[in-house]
Design a protein around this ligand. Structure first.
Ligand code: HEM
Length: 454
């Protein structure tokens, strides 16, 4: 996935004179500030320099133009994909996702792979996944402890992994499921530094990468065994998981290709979705009035309200603060002539928190998405254009079911009166303390500090 790191692309540097203004701090300091504090600094820099400003990032003093104007964001997303290239941000995932991954491929091969995956992740296919997600959620939340802090993010990530194993991989029960869950959890725990090691031949020799590679190989062996078993399945057409659909629609597809797409969907869809759902429940827990409306919607099956609440949550608390493209040719954008090699970064978090785009942006108001929804370019949690998140519909469908089940079962309040800040984890923005809430079974509203027994 493209990220701030796409600004580190290895293409030739752009010329400063042609770029929008921006902070004139030393490159190293700018890089550290952007990596660590961009959610605070970008809105300030937008106020100072305008809705397009340039930051310069190490290594190589790469020029990165931050775009916070919805009309220009739309232009970037609509731009020719050979010119608005995903760049190095996606490339770093190649050693894990594989050469055939939809996230790593470009141009025609990328589009063809997207087209192949899309039907299993959209429209009518999604409604077929609802019952499984509901069943997995019921199993997960049944054991939640009442009356003590519960970190929603780790529980939602665990649930999100189970959803992917069942709905995407189609692995239902037994030793194979346990084995895959254990190995894939280790793959998913990979940190940014280890990933970087995989991108450089010399660093691949380090113990850190070697250890991770061994885990990856073990996980691949189980995945290939599952793919082989599935090919031999006599009722492949009767199965609805994403893996079976891929094999059914194109029996000629290679095991390598299938493996790479599975690994991609897992890595792209796991903690993104878990984190987004954790934020949504946490933000509602902080607002008793909104929580009450959402609980009533959950009870009545008002999915329109729950959908609006999820959309509002990913506006207020986007999991990705930005996406990036690297220009392979000069482009005119917002009145500036940007040279080839410039990174262009639609800043999701800045657009979503701009008071001239979203009225009272710090408030959580699902109603924004019911009456007069924001236009494209104003709400961009899933990026846009030919690189727009392939799992956006899937993530939303999953979130609605999980939110409905949790809200039907529990009252929630935040574990602390101090609002959780953002913590940057690899490229995702997570709740700093894991979105901690205290639960009580519905109908047993707790007084602060009181201990509940199930
Ligand atoms: C709330 C959860 C999620 C968020 C916020 C999210 C966000 C994103 C973003 C920002 C991008 C990059 C878009 C761009 O560069 O314009 C992306 C790409 C992608 N996402 Fe998601 N994602 C989520 C869940 C999922 C899920 C559940 C799946 C799969 C099951 C998935 C699969 C992908 C894939 C395959 C791509 C690459 C698309 C391409 O390069 O053509 N994502 N996602």
């Amino acid at each position: 996935m493209s990220s701030v790191s796409a600004g580190l692309d290895r293409l030739s540097p752009a010329k400063t004179a042609l770029l929008p203004p921006g902070p004139r701090l030393p490159v190293l300091l700018q890089t550290l500030l952007v990596l660590r504090y961009r959610q605070r600094l970008f809105p300030l820099w937008r106020n100072k320099y305008g809705r397009m400003f340039t930051v310069t990032l190490a290594p190589g003093a790469r020029r990165t133009v931050v775009v916070a104007d919805p009309a220009i964001v739309r232009e970037v997303f609509a731009g020719n994909s050979t010119v608005f290239h995903p760049g190095w941000g996606n490339e770093v995932l190649r050693p894990v996702m594989g050469d055939r991954s939809v996230l790593v491929l470009n141009e025609e091969e990328h589009l063809a792979t997207r087209r192949r995956l899309l039907p299993a992740l959209h429209g009518s296919a999604l409604s077929g996944y609802v019952d499984v997600i509901r069943e997995l959620t019921a199993n997960e939340i049944r054991h939640w402890p009442a009356g003590q802090p519960l970190a929603l993010q780790s529980r939602m990530n665990a649930l999100s992994l189970d959803v992917i194993l069942r709905v995407v991989f189609g692995v239902d029960t037994g030793a194979r499921l346990d084995e895959l869950r254990a190995l894939l959890s280790q793959v998913l725990a990979v940190d940014g530094v280890t990933l970087l090691c995989g991108s450089y031949d010399k660093l691949r020799k380090l113990g850190r990468w070697r250890k991770f590679e061994a885990v990856l190989k073990a996980a691949d062996a189980v995945l290939y065994a599952e793919i082989a078993d599935r090919r031999a399945e006599h009722d492949l057409a009767g199965r609805h998981d994403v893996l079976s659909r891929m094999l059914n629609e194109d029996p000629e597809v290679t095991d390598l290709d299938v493996r790479d797409q599975l690994m991609t969907l897992l890595l792209a869809g796991y903690d993104t979705t878990g984190t987004a759902i954790a934020w949504a429940l946490y933000e509602m827990a902080r607002r008793p009035a909104v929580l009450a409306v959402a609980q009533a919607a959950a009870d009545e099956g008002d999915l329109a309200y729950l959908t609006a609440a999820f959309k509002e949550s990913v506006r207020l608390r986007p999991v990705f603060y930005e996406v990036a493209r690297t220009l392979t040719a000069p482009v005119e954008l917002g009145g500036w002539q940007l040279p080839a090699g410039t990174s262009v970064m639609p800043a999701i978090g800045v657009v979503h928190s701009d008071p001239s785009i979203h009225d009272a942006p710090e408030e959580f108001r699902p109603e924004r998405f019911l009456a007069n929804p924001p236009s494209s370019g104003e709400w961009i949690p899933f990026g846009g254009g030919v690189r727009r998140c392939l799992g956006a519909g899937f993530a939303q469908a999953e979130a609605i079911v999980i939110m409905q089940e949790v809200l039907r079962s529990y009252d929630l309040r935040p574990a602390s009166s101090r609002r959780e800040r953002y913590r940057s984890q690899n490229v995702t923005f997570s709740p700093a303390r894991g979105a901690q809430v205290v639960l009580s079974p519905r109908g047993m509203r707790s007084k602060a500090g009181e201990t509940w027994r199930n």
